[in-house]
Design a protein around this ligand. Structure first.
Ligand SMILES: [Zn+2]
Length: 446
């Protein structure tokens, strides 16, 4: 077995590496490292084994990246069914603490972990087996990752532990039978909404500038819609949002806040809270839809702009709002359905009292006109439904569906940087017209 040279006494090796290839890889690593290529790079390229630099190595000529210790990594996942048990196993590069709880209505198992690096396919959880219908994973909160497992009915968590020399997180589920008792809490419940801090990207508010809140939908363990080749809604909308923020900042006319600027879960409540707390002058939520029916995927495409209404403009709009409003449930956050229904009514009443609804409709019209110049729109693109994220009495707000992830033509555009730029420019043009009108004191007349 190869041993590290004495000069690198601070470096220790974990896990066995076999064969010449690994030795060559290690030699390449050393060369790259000594040439100053950086430690993080070396680590990310050679997953499967780990090198640690101890403090004495740091003082003996090797400079580790001055950042926090690297995150634990999940490198593989497997889902199998055996007799009456369904096993979901994640391979880890080191041991971690986990907490597991179950939720009902719908039935889910929630696994909370420290922040881990998921080096597995983003769509790994789309196909179920046994008692597992599907699972999602990703960043849930600052420093906290989460796996949410949709189960086929109530389950018993038979096992939930990190074990083995090569550590694995092993989860075993059996069907919960009456009287068998469901394991509801193996450690601590995990129901709070994520991202409660204020880590938002904010350009300093300049009092005479309109404040725009950009809300890229989904994020972290909530991927949103997925295209057939693995493109995820959360990534598309973040890309467009970041371009829009840049364009807005360049004008020098606006202050901008984003509800998220990275791949992290943010609850719908938190998105609304951010907007209300900062008294947004305009709130723009970005999404991209998908149709589940394969037969419709080739024909249903194009963008649309939604405003808030109690009664949806169409059955399709109603279903879309229902889907978008359910994302907190998917993320393993308990819903407060009844209280929320009351709140919708109160807010809608409030909206009618104020002019907010008129301003939202005005912006929706301006935005639809601008988008129409540059991108394909759906039929009747100005729509409305009871989206939670639009329930803001003080701020004009719209939700934009940029296109359909399920349509091959749309998907090609959605991932293209040129197209994303075009969309961001169209939104900027609409924002400019909207505030130019308001500055002139123009009042919207329906
Ligand atoms: Zn969405």
């Amino acid at each position: 077995m190869w041993k590290p040279p004495r000069a690198l006494g601070g470096i220790t090796r974990h896990m066995h590496i076999g064969g010449l290839a690994a030795v060559i890889r290690f030699a390449i690593f050393l060369i790259a490292h000594l040439a100053g290529a950086g430690f993080a790079l070396a680590q990310s390229q050679f997953s499967g084994w780990t090198i640690e630099v101890t403090p004495q190595a740091a003082t003996s000529g090797i400079k580790p990246k001055p950042s926090a210790p690297s995150k634990p990594t999940i490198t593989r996942v497997s889902l199998t069914e055996e007799a009456n048990l369904t096993r979901l196993v994640f391979d880890l590069n080191r041991k971690i603490d986990v907490s597991v709880s179950t939720l009902v209505d719908p039935d889910r198992v929630v696994v909370d972990l420290p922040e881990v690096d998921f080096r597995i396919s983003p769509t790994a959880g789309q196909n179920g087996k046994g008692l597992v219908k599907a699972f999602r994973f990703g960043l849930f909160d600052a420093n906290q990752s989460r796996v949410v497992i949709d189960t086929d009915g109530p389950v018993r968590v038979v096992k939930a532990q990190v074990e083995g020399k090569k550590p694995q997180l092993v989860l075993e589920f059996g069907r919960a039978t009456p009287g068998s008792g469901t394991v509801t809490d193996l450690s601590k419940p995990a129901l709070r909404p994520g991202y409660d801090e204020e880590p938002l990207v904010e350009t300093a508010r300049v009092s005479d500038r309109p404040l725009i809140v950009i809300d890229p939908g989904h994020g972290g363990l909530d991927p949103g819609a997925a295209g057939p080749d693995g493109l995820l809604e959360k990534d598309v909308v973040l890309a467009v949002a970041l371009r829009l923020r840049k364009l807005l900042a360049e004008t020098g006319r606006y202050s901008v806040i984003m509800t998220r600027d990275k791949d992290i879960y943010v609850s719908l409540d938190q998105r609304v809270r951010i907007s209300r707390q900062h008294k947004a002058d305009l709130f723009i939520s970005l999404h991209a839809d998908a149709v589940p029916e394969e037969s419709l995927a080739s024909v249903v495409r194009g963008g649309s702009v939604y405003t808030l209404s109690e009664h949806a403009s169409s059955e399709q709009a109603r279903r879309l709002a229902e889907k978008e409003n359910a994302v907190d449930i998917l993320a393993g956050v308990q819903s407060l359905a009844n209280e929320e229904a009351d709140e919708v009514r109160n807010i809608l009443f409030d909206l009618l009292q104020r002019e907010t609804a008129n301003f939202s409709a005005d912006f929706s019209r301006l935005l639809t006109n601008e988008l129409r110049k540059h991108i394909a729109l759906a039929r009747d693109p100005q729509r409305s439904a009871a989206f939670k994220v639009l329930q803001q009495p003080e701020s004009p707000s719209v939700l934009v569906e940029l296109g359909f992830m399920s349509n091959a033509d749309d998907q090609k555009l959605l991932r293209s940087p040129e197209w994303q730029n075009k969309v961001a420019r169209a939104i900027l043009a609409a924002i400019d017209s909207f505030f130019a009108k308001r500055a002139l004191g123009a009042v919207y007349v329906p």
